[in-house]
Structure formats: C-alpha cells, structure tokens
Design a protein around this ligand. Structure first.
Ligand SMILES: Nc1nc2c(ncn2[C@@H]2O[C@H](COP(=O)(O)OP(=O)(O)OP(=O)(O)O)[C@@H](O)[C@H]2O)c(=O)[nH]1
Length: 347
C-alpha cells in the first residue's frame, strides 16, 4: 500500500507551506531592514503589511487544507496580487522588486507544474514588456529618476531572465518527471524478467479486487511454479536458469489477455490475475498455458520445462489477496503431489 505522505500531492503541499513561510520571512525582513538601505514612502510599508496579512491568511488556508484543489491557483493569484502593485508603484522595470521576478517561474514549476510555470512566465513577461513600453507613464513613488534608455535595457534583460527562468523551470520539470517515472517503473518491475514484481502485483490486485467487488464479477488467479527448477540450476548453472525464467515469463505473458496481469511472485513462481473470469474458465486458460510451456524448449540448450498451476477464485464475501494466494498455493502443492505438470483448482 502506498503511504499517502509520500504522494506527489503531499510533497507539493509541504513545498507550498515552506515557500509561504519563506515569503513571510522575506516580507518581515524587508519591513525591518529596508529603511537601513533606502528611504521609501510610507505606502510601501502599508503594501508590505497588506502583503503580510494576505500571505498569513493564505498560510492558514493551506495549513488547514481548506482549499486543497485550489491551492496552486490560489498561490498564483496571490503571487500576482502581491507583486503587481509593488512592482508598478516602485518604478516598473527599475523597481527594487524587479530582481526577484525571474525567480517566480521556477517557484511556479516547483510548486505547481508545467501549466503553472508557463502561465507565470507569460504573465510576467507581458507585464514587463508593457511596463517597459509605458515606462514614462508609470508613477514612480520611490522618487527616483531613470533614463529612458536604461529602462528599456533593463526591461529587455528582465524579460530575457524571466523567459530563461521559465525555460529552465520547464526543463527541470521534464527531467524530474522522467526520473520519477523511471523510478516508479523500476519500483514495480522485476529486474530479471521485466514482469511486475510483488509490489506491482499488490497494486493491480487491489484494483482488481475493488473492480470485482463493485461490478460483482468473478476474479481468478493462477499461481504457477516451474517444476524441478533446482535441477536446471544444478545441471546448467544459474545463468541458464535465469534465461529459462525470462523465457518462461515471456511465453506466459504472450499467451494471456491484455486485461490479465502477470507478475513474478518470487523465485520460479509467477502469478496471473484474471479479471471477469470464473475458476472454471481460468482452468481452461491455465491448461492451455501448461500445454504451451510443455511443448516449448528453453535456453540455448533447448531444455524441456513443465509448470504446475494452482487456481483460486475470489469468494464473494470477506476475501482478500492473501487468502486467494494461500488457496492457490495449497492447490499448487496438491498438483506437485499429484506428479506436477498439471492444473489444480482450489475449493
Ligand atoms: N537461476 C535462478 N534460479 C532461481 C531464482 N530464484 C529461485 N531460483 C531457484 O529455483 C529453485 C527452486 O527450487 P525448489 O523450490 O527446490 O523447487 P523445484 O526444484 O522447482 O521443485 P518443485 O517446485 O518441487 O517442482 C532453487 O534452486 C532456486 O535457487 C532466480 O532468480 N534465478
């Protein structure tokens, strides 16, 4: 079972909380320390206090999970509400907040994703271009005077930085997504056969059980064990044994339906889950698989192999994956006692 604390949503939520705390710290630091460096009209302190109140309210909303689905949209709106007035009133591209603008697309990519980063990049670039074009009309309450040429140059480089940061954010996200997808894939697959491993099987099993329960359809499973596999290892070595395992896995997965799930259960055992299939129907499929394997030859040594298969069907009441596997396992061992290379049903 997945730990909900480790889901991407929980990670994004925690990251959002951290960024808000950082923003609160930055605003408080700016209120206290700015007077040591620049003298700005009182309106900027008022703006800072309004910003601080907004961010604190936002922190409470996120902390108490009051708007889980709207968290990202709210973050974006808040960023825009916070940055725009200060940016315009303090001289547009010459503003003291301009240097922070290129950070926003990266934040948006980290907290939100592709769409959010693109939106922020587009909004900020357009804002900066408009502010650069109409620079002469912007009331700069800081009282500073800037030449038109310098403002245009600043606007140009600011736009480039914002776009660059947006591209970097998207590139980072792409790499991150590829990497996490690869890890997720490796996490649920068996490295030898490439089939699902137990973790992958557990995930599909839960889904299959839920679907069977909700749609009142049968669900069967086949537990498969290669017969006398120890002999293969002992006589031909582990590497040939490994090749046989890969080939048996491939033959089995090539001969099941798309809706079925096959997994390596461990050692020389495989499990196939058959949704919407009764035990009697599964027995026919199992016997077909048994026959295909018995007719095939494996590895460069053309080794003949056989398999024994134990079946189980989901009981309508109080059944679960573990109990189904236990019943199939009992059936499988009856099959071994009966002489192997056969299919055994469970009660
Ligand atoms: N090559 C290889 N062998 C494995 C792997 N996992 C398990 N095995 C071998 O599979 C063999 C299983 O042997 P046993 O459980 O004694 O059963 P068996 O010889 O198949 O006999 P029955 O199950 O009674 O038909 C052991 O020799 C294990 O070492 C693997 O990943 N690679």
């Amino acid at each position: 079972m997945q730990n909900s604390n480790n889901t991407p949503n929980a990670l994004t939520h925690n990251l959002t909380l951290k960024v808000i705390k950082l923003t609160i710290a930055a605003i408080i630091a700016s209120v206290f320390f700015r007077p040591f460096f620049v003298t700005l009209p009182a309106i900027f302190t008022v703006l800072d206090l309004i910003n601080l109140t907004l961010v604190t309210i936002f922190y409470i909303i996120v902390r108490l999970n009051l708007a889980t689905k709207q968290e990202i949209t709210l973050s974006l709106l808040l960023a825009i509400v916070l940055i725009t007035p200060t940016f315009y009133l303090s001289g547009g591209v010459n503003s003291h907040v301009a240097f922070a603008l290129p950070l926003y697309p990266i934040f948006a990519a980290l907290i939100g994703g592709f769409r959010e980063s693109l939106l922020v990049t587009a909004f900020l670039s357009i804002s900066v271009i408009i502010t650069t074009i109409f620079n002469g009309l912007i009331p700069d309450l800081t009282g500073e005077i800037h030449s038109n040429e310098k403002s245009i140059a600043r606007g140009f480089w600011l736009t480039i930085s914002i776009v660059f940061s947006g591209v970097f954010g998207l590139f980072f996200l792409k790499k991150h997504t590829e990497f996490t997808d690869q890890l997720k894939d490796e996490n649920i697959h068996d490295p030898l056969t490439g089939l699902l491993n137990r973790r992958g099987l557990n995930r599909n099993f839960s889904l299959a059980l839920e679907t069977a329960e909700m749609s009142s359809t049968p669900l069967s499973l086949i537990l498969i064990d290669i017969d006398l596999f120890k002999k293969v290892n002992d006589m031909y070595g582990h590497d040939i044994g490994d090749i046989c395992l890969i080939e048996v896995g491939t033959v089995l997965s090539n001969n099941i339906r798309k809706t079925d799930t096959i997994a390596r259960f461990g050692g020389e055992e495989f499990i196939i889950l058959l949704p919407n299939t009764s035990q009697n129907e599964a027995a026919k499929i199992a016997d077909n698989l048994r026959n295909i394997i018995a007719q095939d030859k494996f590895s460069d040594f053309s080794l003949p192999l056989t398999i024994t298969l134990g079946l189980a069907e989901r009981h309508k009441q109080n059944d679960n994956a573990l109990n189904m596997i236990k019943r199939a396992d009992k059936a499988l061992y009856r099959g071994k006692d009966r002489g192997r290379n056969c299919v055994e049903l469970s009660e």
